[in-house]
Design a protein around this ligand. Sequence first.
Ligand SMILES: Nc1ncnc2c1ncn2[C@@H]1O[C@H](COP(=O)(O)OP(=O)(O)OP(=O)(O)O)[C@@H](O)[C@H]1O
Ligand SMILES: [Mg+2]
Length: 233
Amino acid sequence: MTMLRVENISLHYGAAQALRSVSVEASLGEVTCVLGRNGVGKTSLLRAIAGHRPISGGAIEFDGTDITRLKPFERAALGVAYVPQGREIFPLLTVRENLETGFAPLKRPQRKIPDEVFELFPVLKSMMGRRGGDLSGGQQQQLAIGRALVTRPRLLVLDEPTEGIQPSIIKDIGRAIVYLRERKDMAILLVEQYFDFARDLADRFVVMERGEIVQRGDRQALEGDDVRQRLAI
Ligand SMILES: Nc1ncnc2c1ncn2[C@@H]1O[C@H](COP(=O)(O)OP(=O)(O)OP(=O)(O)O)[C@@H](O)[C@H]1O
Ligand SMILES: [Mg+2]
């Protein structure tokens, strides 16, 4: 089932156009990967989906609702969770407080940290009282994903979760994404430049260049050399 439908969106920063008529979909129980080199517009696409940046054309539909004009917190309340590039956890809040910021879009009875957050990322349980800023980069990434899961998303949007992170934690994050996909109650949109991580997880993919989608395909098409070549520097 298609949860997210991005249709022909454009996005500008002043006079500079960062997205040109981009269309992409994400379905429940699937990982859709957005691939592309530095500066091609991957983050801009996610900002548009999360509502952090207005689009200048096109439409965004989530679970059959037109969300194009909704504010970020309204999208979050509908089930859109965004894990930004660079994580953006709160360094001075504790791990528990960081996770509890995910309560904001929830109704009172739902305001509980789901057990799965600690099952997926046990390190968070042992560091609940520590400040976010004291965590390693990889632990902060786990915290950022954990905070997104607190909001009970039906669309999880992740911007380069492996960037600058040690291999053992990359594996944990990969396992978490597989687990969430298998639950089949959320769609996952994953931006990645780390080709092997994307290839292991993607059910389908798009490749971006200069604000446009230049290639798309299913899992099998990712095995071809052409995609890897497009990403090579
Ligand atoms: N806040 C901003 N103001 C002006 N220009 C911006 C802004 N954010 C991004 N851009 C420009 O928009 C283009 C797309 O940037 P974007 O961050 O979406 O790319 P990206 O694919 O996520 O890159 P990276 O792989 O480095 O994260 C780039 O040319 C970038 O310089
Ligand atoms: Mg980016």
